[in-house]
Design a protein. Structure first.
Length: 128
C-alpha cells in the first residue's frame, strides 16, 4: 500500500463531471490534478508521475484510447489508466483494453466505485 495520498489525474472535458470527480477523490484522500483534454493528459503524464489516471473515453481533441496509447509510450507509461464512460458496452470495454487501459468505470460515478478503483489500481488506502 502507498504511504502517501494517492495522486490521481482526472481527464474529463465536461466541467461538471470534472468537478464531481475531483471532489469525490479529494473526499477519499487523494491528491488530484484535473485536465480537460487528451493532449493535456499526455503532457501531464510525460512530466509528472501519477498513481492512477481516470480517463474519459470521449474527449474533444483526442479520444481517451488515443491518449492512453500515447501515455503508455511515454516515460511513465506503467501508470494504471481507468476508462470513464457512460456507455457500458462490451465494444467500448474491448477498445479500452486494446488501448492498454487497466480498467473501466461507468458514469455517473459514485464514491464507492471510485474508492474501490483507487484502492485497486493505485494500491492505496483511501478513506471510507
Amino acid at each position: 500500500m502507498a504511504d502517501h495520498a494517492p495522486s490521481v489525474l482526472v481527464v474529463e472535458d465536461n466541467p461538471v463531471g470534472r468537478i464531481v470527480a475531483v471532489r469525490m477523490l479529494e473526499r477519499i484522500g487523494c491528491a488530484v490534478r484535473a485536465v480537460s483534454s487528451g493532449a493535456e493528459a499526455v503532457a501531464c503524464a510525460a512530466v509528472e508521475r501519477f498513481d492512477l489516471i481516470l480517463m474519459d473515453c470521449r474527449l474533444p481533441d483526442m479520444d481517451g484510447t488515443e491518449a492512453a496509447r500515447a501515455i503508455r509510450g511515454g516515460p511513465h507509461g506503467e501508470v494504471p489508466i481507468v476508462a470513464l464512460t457512460a456507455a457500458d458496452e462490451q465494444q467500448v470495454r474491448e477498445r479500452c483494453a486494446a488501448a492498454g487501459m487497466s480498467g473501466f468505470l461507468v458514469k455517473p460515478l459514485d464514491i464507492s466505485s471510485l474508492s474501490a478503483a483507487v484502492a485497486r489500481w493505485a494500491s492505496a488506502e483511501v478513506a471510507p
